[in-house]
Ligand binder design. Structure first.
Ligand SMILES: [Zn+2]
Length: 400
């Protein structure tokens, strides 16, 4: 019997192989592949979202983006983050099917509320997420030693797990820098003492620092609050990934994953199942694949426009003049449009007060009180250092 992590990985790798060449890396480029796999009550597995990507806009690039275009342009195009955005598109589509009395694979309505069927979701990524999870001790290969776990104390930070009896040569590093408002910073000393572990980190970017947090941090947030975010919380229950599967043949350590995704913030929280598959992604970084691929594939299991190719945060082929019409369906602006359409259908026969015509994206987010209260709780008690997004990055005029 093939185990679940290999099944999940194989489905994502096969789905990637089935897609056309457009957006895939050339022979000298590498990329990251991430996706979401649905497990139905009959245990059947199906890929519902699949994306590739390696890029993230720097703070300077974002500043150069026109104010009105902020919602149009994706700033964070790491595969993990795109896979969540494409998954949101899938969820909206499933909600619409339910509201239209068509058969949804995952939702049903009871007493006017949308409920989740007996299904679960698995998250796949071809490599360990950037940031805290990627800080992993490099050790000499085990001989016939009896392996047990111990901790090494690092300066300024939590301890780093490693395997006793094996010589630690160094640690795998991440380009993600600790956020400025954390007193714990990387010592940048030799070997094991290069990094600290625990703090939030911003993604590595060209030159200027990015404003986006590392994938380890963002996935940790999904584990705490659900992957659906504030807007969808107005209509559906919270959705958390049952398991997180990392592709084969890449630096990986279970303890680093558990620390990065969970334990550094809430040691007692039930973590998702974390596994590494034996199966490796063919287009990952390697001897010949030395440059990150600039384009992204964004796919989800919907009937209309399931696939998009993204470059620089826009649809491929966007020119300066046409950028306005070149936002991806997975962009904040387009997802917000979809939200408004679906939400209007949802509240049709409910006594929910009509929203103001020019309501902003962040206003709707605030309506979602259960989600916002939980988030407030997490921010005050668990992750007080989580940075507040500047308002100009949140605004998006309503299209009602
Ligand atoms: Zn990342």
């Amino acid at each position: 019997m093939i185990n679940l992590e290999d099944k999940v990985a194989k489905l994502c790798l096969d789905k990637y192989d089935s897609l056309k060449k457009t957006g895939k890396p050339t022979e000298t480029e590498w990329t990251v592949l991430s996706g979401v796999v649905l497990q139905s009550s009959s245990q059947e597995l199906n890929v519902v979202s699949l994306c590739t990507g390696t890029k993230c806009l720097s703070g300077a690039e974002l500043k150069n983006t026109k104010y009105k275009e902020h919602g149009n342009r994706l700033s964070d195009s790491h595969a993990e983050i795109l896979a969540r955005r494409a998954f949101l598109r899938y969820l909206y589509n499933q909600i619409e099917l339910t509201l239209d009395d068509k058969n949804s694979d995952i939702f049903f309505i009871t007493n006017g509320r949308i409920k989740l069927k007996d299904v679960s979701f698995h998250f796949f990524s071809s490599q360990t997420p950037c940031g805290d999870c990627s800080i992993i001790p490099k050790q000499k290969e085990p001989a016939d030693l009896e392996i047990s776990r111990k901790k090494i104390k690092l300066e300024y930070s939590d301890s780093l797990d490693f395997i006793v009896g094996l010589e630690i040569i160094d640690i795998h590093r991440t380009g993600a820098k600790c956020i400025k408002n954390d007193e714990r910073q990387d010592p940048h000393k030799d070997g094991v003492h290069y990094h600290t572990v625990g703090p939030l980190r911003t993604k590595p970017g060209r030159g200027d620092r990015t404003l986006s947090l590392s994938c380890s941090d963002k996935i940790a947030k999904w584990n705490l609050l659900g992957v659906q975010g504030a807007l969808l919380s107005l209509m559906i229950p919270s959705i958390k990934f049952e398991s997180i599967v990392i592709g084969g043949d890449c630096p990986y350590l279970l303890e680093s994953m558990q620390r990065g995704l969970c334990k550094r913030f809430s040691p007692d929280q039930t973590a998702p199942i974390i596994k590494q598959s034996k199966l490796a992604f063919a287009h990952k970084k390697g001897k010949l694949r030395i440059r990150p691929c600039p384009s992204s594939i964004v796919w989800c299991a919907v009937s209309e426009q399931p696939i998009e190719i993204a470059v620089d945060g826009y649809k491929q082929g966007a020119t300066k003049k046409k950028k306005k019409n070149c936002s991806l369906l997975a962009s904040r602006k387009e997802i917000f449009k979809t939200f408004l359409r679906v939400y209007n259908k949802y509240i049709y026969d409910k006594k929910i007060p009509q929203h103001p015509k020019k309501a902003m994206y962040h206003h709707y987010k605030q309506y979602s009180t259960t989600y916002q209260n939980l988030w407030k709780d997490v921010r005050t008690k668990i992750i007080p250092t989580w940075p507040v997004k500047p308002l100009y990055l949140q605004e998006c005029i309503s299209f009602l």
